[in-house]
Design a protein around this ligand. Structure first.
Ligand SMILES: N[C@@H](CCC(=O)N[C@@H](CS)C(=O)NCC(=O)O)C(=O)O
Length: 214
């Protein structure tokens, strides 16, 4: 059996899955996708026509799995490792999935929108959309700051899927809309940065940070 992650070290949703893999100590192979290279992009799109990274290939059954949260769920179901990233308790699992959705929809998505706008040609920019995305981020920071006043990790006292989802977008979002006086959120982000799985993922992205338009 070989698990292959199709990814790029700078891509934030790929980082989410890398953190889960490192956290669990699951062995896997890496296949870097370069969406700027037509051959690499076409090979990736042949696996997942949506064309968004990451993708996981499991040689057992020749299965291709897409979408970061689903990949992490798949890994937990089929290759449970050192970490339990989705709690066995059904209510705790729902809280974890809710926090995962929150980070994807209300932190990751607006962060990507702001970055995407910076990558557009000057005459195609959307200041109104960027302002709206910045507003979503500020609102999310306020909600998260309140939550993190009483929590160690995103969904409670254990490191879970939700923390894998949180670290990458917070890293980039903080560069675009600083956490400012949201001190509980800032302290949580500092804890995340000290987690070996997160620190490793961020350090592997370091050589590519020059491409981030932040
Ligand atoms: N919902 C997807 C989002 C994946 C995503 O947005 N991936 C970005 C990289 S972080 C991507 O592939 N962007 C390339 C593009 O949109 O063409 C997931 O959770 O995996």
């Amino acid at each position: 059996m070989t698990l292959t992650l199709h990814f790029h070290p700078l891509a934030s949703y790929c980082q989410k899955v890398l953190i889960a893999l490192y956290e669990s100590g699951t062995s896997f192979e890496k296949q870097v996708v370069d969406l700027g290279d037509p051959a690499s992009a076409a090979a990736f799109r042949a696996r997942w026509p949506v064309g968004k990274m990451p993708g996981l290939h499991d040689s057992a059954g020749d299965r291709a799995i897409s979408e970061s949260s689903i990949i992490i769920e798949y890994l937990q179901q089929h290759y449970p490792g050192a970490a339990t990233l989705i709690p066995a308790d059904p209510d705790a699992a729902l809280r974890t999935r809710l926090a995962d959705r929150f980070y994807d929809l209300y932190v990751h998505e607006p962060m990507q929108r702001i970055v995407g706008d910076r990558l557009r040609p000057a005459d195609k920019r959307d200041p109104f959309g960027v302002e709206a995305a910045q507003g979503v981020l500020r609102k999310s920071y306020g909600i998260l700051d309140g939550e993190m006043a009483a929590r160690t990790w995103a969904a409670g006292e254990d490191f879970t899927l939700a923390d894998c989802a949180a670290a990458p977008p917070l890293f980039f979002a903080n560069k675009l809309v600083p956490f400012a006086d949201h001190r509980h959120l800032a302290a949580y982000f500092e804890r995340l940065g000290k987690r070996p799985s997160v620190a490793r993922t961020f350090s592997e992205a370091e050589p590519f940070l020059k491409f981030f338009p932040g």
